[in-house]
Ligand binder design. Structure first.
Ligand code: CA
Length: 385
């Protein structure tokens, strides 16, 4: 079996704008990869692309493609290692690794289809049949009353069945305290609430915020400081009693090594579509468990990336093990995303906030190719000569 062709699809659609601590979001994008073998098997993957979809396409077509065409797609680890080492001098972090993640996920999809098994089985089996989702939303909008607006949105998630919500902070201490208090009051004490500053603060400010919110029973404080500031993370973690989470802007086991060895976080959050795919995600999760640290992946893509994350999360044992352990969680981005479910014909269904792990071979999603063809802005489609 050989890789015969690789295609990419870059999608970009405008949305009603919303903001987090760093910027306004006015479009949703996706970078989808299709790997085709000489016997016609097709594997799909996704890269976390922000607004760099074209650049990731170029990495795949210019840099990776010559190393993949003609190779055995089942040698996933061999190909991962080759592509990583080939680009090491300029690609250890960022979009090169995101591109590698997309390739890796597509190869796992092929392995699953060839084996007639879901990826979660190939990862060693599933600890959960279904995963509890946590609602990621509660961004800033152009609203007259932010407190009221966020409280209403939070209550809507509770009505959908969610027990875990994550909201954005990072707008300044006074504003953060005001909106987190409003959301906590709106949802009551029994709902799990997490906060995410998207690295808007230095360690001193993050510590002040963590202390001022400690009475609101926050499950974790995500990206309190800049991803480069590992010492700052460790300072925040030492100083506050809210668990600290981070890692969505970190890449490969080499990046996560610092977070773990310096005991900088309570929870690592690798993104399977960015940090190195399922292959590297597994290494990161194994390393996290070696440091007795929870791994709750960041998830922000379409249904393709969500499916890959589902298989991955279901394969992770509870950390630490216990009769009543802390259960796995799946991040469910509930912000506007006109591409999320449209790219597949059978998106993983959310029922009362829970998502069942797909059991069809590979990722278990059926990609809507005509939607991709109709909406792709790609100009880099390669076909067999
Ligand atoms: Ca985040």
């Amino acid at each position: 079996m050989k890789i015969a062709d690789i295609q990419t699809y870059h999608l970009n659609m405008p949305i009603d704008e919303f903001a987090f601590s760093q910027k306004w979001v006015r479009a949703r994008t996706a970078l989808i990869i299709k790997v085709v073998t000489d016997d016609g098997t097709v594997g799909w993957g996704e890269a976390f692309c922000h607004d760099a979809g074209r650049a990731i396409e170029a990495i795949i077509s210019q840099t990776f493609r010559p190393h993949l065409i003609g190779r055995n797609p089942l040698e996933i680890n061999v190909l991962w290692d080759h592509l990583y080492n080939w680009t090491k001098d300029y690609g250890q972090k960022g979009i090169v690794i995101s591109a590698l993640s997309a390739v890796d996920i597509a190869l796992w999809d092929i392995l699953g289809k060839v084996s007639d098994l879901p990826i979660v089985t190939l990862l060693g089996g599933q600890f959960y049949d279904r995963i509890q989702g946590y609602a990621t939303g509660l961004y800033m909008r152009d609203a007259a009353d932010d407190r009221q607006n966020l409280a209403d949105e939070a209550r809507s998630y509770i009505e959908e069945g969610f027990k875990h919500l994550k909201m954005k902070v990072g707008y300044g201490l006074a504003k953060d305290i005001s909106i987190v208090t409003a959301v906590r009051e709106a949802v009551g004490d029994d709902i799990h609430l997490m906060i995410d500053a998207n690295h808007a603060y230095d360690a001193t400010t993050a510590i002040r915020l963590g202390k001022k919110l400690s009475h609101l029973n926050i499950d974790w404080f995500e990206e309190p400081v800049s991803p480069e500031d590992i010492e700052g993370y460790a300072e925040v973690r030492q100083a506050i009693d809210i668990p600290v989470a981070g890692g969505e802007a970190e890449f490969t086991r080499f990046g996560f090594r610092q977070l773990l060895t310096q005991r900088a976080v309570d929870i690592v959050q690798p993104d399977i579509c960015a940090a190195g795919g399922l292959t590297e995600g597994r290494r990161i999760a194994d390393m996290a468990r070696t440091w007795h640290t929870r791994c709750i992946p960041h998830v922000w893509g379409t249904a393709i990336g969500r499916a890959a994350s589902l298989h991955f999360i279901a394969s992770l044992p509870p950390t630490p093990p216990a009769l009543f352990p802390q259960k796995a969680l799946l991040e469910l981005d509930l912000t506007p995303h006109p591409l999320r479910d449209e790219v597949v014909l059978n998106p993983p269904e959310v029922v009362n906030g829970w998502v069942t792990v797909p059991q069809a071979p590979g990722l278990g999603v059926e990609v809507n190719e005509s939607f991709l063809e109709a909406n792709s802005r790609s100009n880099i489609h390669h076909h067999n000569p």
